[in-house]
Ligand binder design. Structure first.
Ligand code: COA
Length: 178
């Protein structure tokens, strides 16, 4: 990376680029041993261009994109509103809350500040959206992401499960004040 990343709110016409980035990065968050077919199923069910067109048109969601020389290298997605997951609803203490539903950076751009810049812009967007707390789920084995979130001010407040295709994965629930 030669320059600082450019960070902006993604628009509906960027759905193909964000979906491609999501497809490239989703597996990075899965623990070793996750079946490739489970990963493919999750992508087909949640991360295609059709899904991102819907996410980008949804007034309760914000997708933030980082680009390097015009090329998408990382994205986040916020989902405003009360969590649908009962374990999360019990674990978090701040309302109104927003879920930091996705935080993904290309492996070539880890450790160079893209994720931190994305996080700052995403927390600003969460505040602008009216939330006072932000929560997320992260796989209990994803030590790099957990370290990154702790650096970003999050604390573990509970546990939940997460389905990757047919596989049940175990997540920490993290929360921070905005
Ligand atoms: C999570 C993610 C966005 C963080 O971005 P990043 O550029 O890697 O973050 P940083 O380098 O700023 O921070 C990672 C920290 O973890 C540390 N780290 C790296 N590997 C580690 C490991 N195996 N165990 C523990 N800590 C580790 C790094 O040293 C760094 O800490 P430091 O700044 O104190 O040295 C990025 O790693 C990513 O996209 N991962 C794949 C997708 C993912 O897991 N998303 C989260 C889904 S919930």
């Amino acid at each position: 990376m030669t320059t600082a990343p450019r960070i902006h709110r993604a628009t509906p016409d960027e759905a193909p680029e964000v979906a491609r980035l999501a497809e490239l990065t989703f597996a990075l968050a899965c623990p070793p041993g996750t079946a490739p077919t489970a990963i493919e199923r999750f992508i087909a069910d949640n991360l295609t261009e059709v899904h991102f067109r819907r996410y980008l048109a949804d007034e309760n969601r914000q997708v933030i994109l980082a680009t390097d020389d015009g090329r998408p290298v990382g994205y986040t997605m916020l989902v405003h509103g009360e969590p649908a997951d009962d374990d999360v609803a019990v674990a978090i203490s701040l309302r109104p809350s927003v879920e930091l539903s996705k935080v993904y950076v290309l492996q070539t751009h880890h450790g160079v500040g893209v994720a931190g810049a994305l996080m700052d812009a995403t927390l600003d967007a969460a505040r602008e959206g009216g939330a006072v707390g932000v929560w997320l789920g992260v796989n209990k084995h994803n030590e790099r992401a957990i370290r990154f979130y702790r650096k970003s001010g999050f604390e573990v407040v509970g546990s939940k499960t997460f389905l990757v295709g047919p596989e049940l994965h175990h997540d920490h629930v993290l929360e921070r004040e905005l």
